[in-house]
Structures are given as structure tokens and as C-alpha cells.
Design a protein around this ligand. Structure first.
Ligand SMILES: Nc1ncnc2c1ncn2[C@@H]1O[C@H](COP(=O)(O)OP(=O)(O)OP(=O)(O)O)[C@@H](O)[C@H]1O
Ligand SMILES: [Mg+2]
Length: 450
């Protein structure tokens, strides 16, 4: 990273005119200048944003849906004009924005590669020289010769990405577009972004994935209702963002005020010293805002799972955990019917639903637990939170042996949501902490030659 500025945003505001009815837009166009009636109201999507991004920096923009992230990227890329303020961009920008790939739907993939490449400032010869690489990266086969309107959204994103990152931009802007491609393609894109970064390019990135932001970015900013609330290291910004996002509605304004008044340029302030942290961040705690909104209960057959939650080993209910520590996942089951060979189970998943690991109280066909109607049992799964910082979900299930073999008596998906808190100086990468113990040794010349 150098001290040179790649993008400078000053006093930027962006408003949209909102019309209650589509024809109000016309009414306004035809209204006389003297007529005082306004047919629209102003919606402020970005409010007085100031931001500097240095050359070579990889910057994340985080924030809730509708907070203004895509609008900011569009203004930076020049596809939207600011209402107030200014944006300076130093270098050639390649962008992958949320809406539309910038392709002409009636032209073929090949023609669009040329069009797009020209927009990115390349000559026909330069594009021709890279065309094979672009087509190979997009890997959409014969569709490259078909009009883009016949593409699936995934295919369009693949091609758009292939163009954007094979034109060696000075600045690469990516708006969540990656999440459209399949995993193999995403992997390939991330690898390519890493490569582009290593050439000293600036990367501006919108993502809802905490893992990606922590892994990929040098710095992050938090947008909230069009306001730039916070900037700093990804870990610092994400932890405060999560606290705000999962706080009960009535607490959010208070938290916003604290974030605003706190000197946000101060990096990694000891958490216990700031007003925002009611609890010191290295202490695990219960955040009432961490409530899953995706809980699904399968059809019940004579049992009810109750009160699923996580406890510390000394019995405190928590949902903000520290990586590497032991916790207990607890739930009760009330039986309305008797159950034979009863087994209870659990699973930990990522936000995207990837099943990371779980456990059952007995292996298949080995349970000798018999429960009578009216009885209640409690399951306690002690586990180690060997996980990367981020948000996770837990399932719970109870099964028993019936006439048709083993069936679920009750099953809850996304019964519990928890967060693993960010951590300084983490060496583990990925989702799961395998307890790697890296060791380096300098080889003697003689050893090295073998
Ligand atoms: N062309 C437009 N006309 C009117 N309102 C708009 C327009 N574009 C965006 N908005 C509004 O501006 C706000 C910010 O939108 P934006 O797309 O920037 O959010 P975002 O942070 O990218 O959200 P998401 O995480 O869902 O992608 C939203 O309330 C949106 O409804
Ligand atoms: Mg967006």
C-alpha cells in the first residue's frame, strides 16, 4: 500500500426522487415553474460521505441491505452522478456492479467482451490478445457466441468477471457479484483478486461475508442508512457492525450515537474502555439481538424440542463465543408419545448452510434410551468452538425407532444463532480451526541441497 490516493470521496451525498405514483413523475415534468407543488419526495441514499482509499489497498464496504453500498460504488464508478460533493478516481477502474453487467443483451458474449474492453480503455488489439484468456476464465462454452440475453444470471456474471479481471485494472470494484457464481468459480475469482492485489491494484469490495472481508481486506467502512458510521481494520469494523446489526431495535440509536461519538479513527481501542462495549470484548456474553429469523420446525411426531441455547461450562447462557473455548449446547425434549431407541442430535452450520459438524447421543442402531409419554429429557452437547470469527447456526433433532424404522419426532433447523468474536493476531484461516501449529526452520546450506 502506498500513500498515494486511488479514490477520494468528499462531502458526497446522493438523493433519489421518490414518486408515490409513476405518473407523478410526468406531472412534475409538466408542472409550471411557478407551481409550488412537488410531486416527489427526496430519499437520501448517501449522506456527506468522506473517504480516502490508498493505492494498493483492499477496502471492504459493509452494511445492511439498503444502507447505500451499491449506490456508493456506482457513484465511484461514474454510473450515477452525485447530488452533492465530489469523487476523484486515479487510475483505470474495472467494475462488477450488482445490477446489470454492463452488457448489451442483443450482442453476443464475444461482441460484449470487445465492447466492455473498450469501455475499460483497451484497444481492439489488446482485447484480441486477451480474448482467449477471458473466454477460458468465463468457461461458458459455446454461449460465448450467443446473445447475452440467452444467458443465465450466473453465466453473465462469469463473463463480466472474466472481462473485469483480465484487463489488469488499476482499481477493481466488486459488488457482491461473486455470490452469484458457483463455488468453484468463486474460488477462481478470489484467487484472481489476490493476484490483482499483489500487482499493487486497489480493490473495493462489497460483501456480506465476514469471513471474506476478514480474509481479503486491509480496511473496512461501515455504511448505515447512507451514513459512513465507522472505518478501521476489518476486525474492528465488523465487530461493531455485528453489535449494531443484532442489537434490539430500541438500542440501535444509542449504539449509533456511541459509534459516531467514539473516535473511530482510533484503531483497536481496548474494548472495555469504550462506551459501546457494555462487556469487555474478551468476555463471552449473551447478545439478545442474535435471534435466528430462519428457524424451521419439521412436522412433529410426538415430541417437542424446547429452549435450545448455549452455555459456558459453568452454566452461563451465552451466544457470543470465543474461538477455541468449550461450550455446551443444551436443549430439552418433552415427549407427548413414548419413544424407543431415542437419539438426539445437533449440527453447526455456516450462514450459507454448510454443515460444519455435529453430533448424536448414540450411533445409529445403538440407542437403548426409552422414554415414556409425559417425560422430559435434557441433552447437553459439550463442544469446542474451534471456529473462525463469524455467525453460525445450530440445528437440533430428536429421533426414535418406530414401525417404519428411525423417524424424527421433532426437528428444528436454525434453532440457535451464535457469533464467534473477532480475534487479534489469528493464525488459523478458513472456517474451522484445526489447531495448526506452524513452525519455520532455517535450513543449513547442506540440508537445503539434498
Ligand atoms: N434508483 C433509485 N431510486 C430510488 N431509490 C434508490 C435507487 N437506488 C437505490 N435506492 C435506495 O437507496 C438505498 C440504498 O440502496 P443500495 O442499493 O445502495 O443499498 P445496498 O447497501 O447496496 O443494499 P444491499 O445490501 O441490499 O445490496 C435503498 O433504500 C434503495 O431503495
Ligand atoms: Mg447492494
Amino acid at each position: 500500500m502506498s500513500s498515494e490516493i486511488a479514490i477520494k470521496v468528499e462531502g458526497l451525498s446522493k438523493s433519489f426522487s421518490m414518486y408515490a405514483e409513476p405518473h407523478h413523475r410526468l406531472m412534475e415534468m409538466f408542472a409550471s415553474a411557478e407551481s409550488r407543488h412537488r410531486w416527489h419526495r427526496e430519499f437520501v441514499a448517501l449522506r456527506d460521505i468522506n473517504l480516502e482509499i490508498h493505492k494498493g489497498e483492499t477496502m471492504a464496504i459493509v452494511g445492511r441491505n439498503g444502507s447505500g453500498k451499491s449506490t456508493l460504488l456506482q457513484v465511484i464508478c461514474g454510473t450515477l452522478a452525485p447530488t452533492k460533493g465530489s469523487v476523484q478516481v486515479h487510475g483505470r477502474i474495472a467494475a462488477l456492479l450488482e445490477l446489470g453487467s454492463g452488457f448489451n443483451p442483443d450482442f453476443t458474449g464475444r461482441e460484449n467482451v470487445y465492447l466492455n474492453g473498450t469501455v475499460l480503455g483497451l484497444s481492439r488489439e489488446q482485447i484480441a490478445a486477451r480474448f482467449d484468456d477471458i473466454a477460458a476464465f468465463a468457461d461458458i462454452g459455446e454461449f460465448i457466441e450467443q446473445p447475452v440475453k440467452s444467458y443465465s444470471s450466473g453465466m453473465a456474471v462469469r463473463l463480466a468477471f472474466a472481462v473485469a479481471i483480465n484487463t489488469t485494472p488499476d482499481i477493481l470494484v466488486v459488488d457482491e457479484a461473486l455470490s452469484v457464481g458457483d463455488e468453484a468459480f468463486q474460488r477462481k475469482c478470489f484467487a484472481r483478486i489476490e493476484e490483482i492485489r499483489s500487482t499493487g491494484a486497489t480493490v473495493l469490495f462489497v460483501s456480506h461475508s465476514a469471513g471474506t472481508v476478514l480474509e481479503l481486506c486491509d480496511r473496512a467502512v461501515l455504511l448505515d442508512h447512507g451514513e459512513l458510521l465507522l472505518q478501521g481494520s476489518p476486525k474492528y469494523v465488523l465487530s461493531r457492525y455485528h453489535r449494531l446489526a443484532y442489537a434490539p431495535a430500541e438500542k440501535q440509536d444509542e449504539i449509533r450515537r456511541q459509534l459516531r461519538s467514539g473516535d473511530s479513527s482510533r484503531e483497536e481501542v481496548p474494548a472495555s474502555g469504550t462506551a459501546i462495549d457494555a462487556q469487555p470484548t474478551d468476555e463471552v456474553y449473551f447478545d439478545p439481538g442474535l435471534k435466528p429469523q430462519s428457524t424451521v420446525r419439521y412436522e412433529q411426531r410426538g415430541a417437542t424440542i424446547e429452549n435450545p441455547h448455549i452455555e459456558t461450562v459453568d452454566g452461563r447462557t451465552v451466544n457470543v463465543l470465543r474461538s477455541g473455548e468449550e461450550y455446551v449446547y443444551v436443549y430439552r425434549v418433552s415427549f407427548q408419545r413414548a419413544g424407543l431407541a431415542v437419539r438426539l442430535g445437533m449440527m453447526i452450520k455456516t450462514i450459507s448452510g454448510l454443515e460444519l459438524g455435529g453430533g448424536v447421543t448414540a450411533a445409529h442402531g445403538t440407542s437403548n434410551v426409552v422414554v415414556e409419554a409425559g417425560q422430559q429429557i435434557e441433552a447437553r452437547f459439550r463442544f469446542k468452538a474451534a471456529l473462525m470469527p463469524g455467525i453460525y447456526f445450530m440445528n437440533a433433532g430428536v429421533s426414535a425407532h418406530g414401525e417404519e424404522g428411525e423417524t424424527y419426532m421433532d426437528r428444528l433447523l436454525d434453532a440457535v444463532m451464535f457469533r464467534v468474536m473477532p480475534e487479534e493476531g489469528r493464525l488459523a484461516t478458513g472456517w474451522v480451526d484445526f489447531g495448526m501449529r506452524p513452525k519455520l526452520s532455517l535450513l543449513e546450506q547442506d540440508d537445503a541441497r539434498v
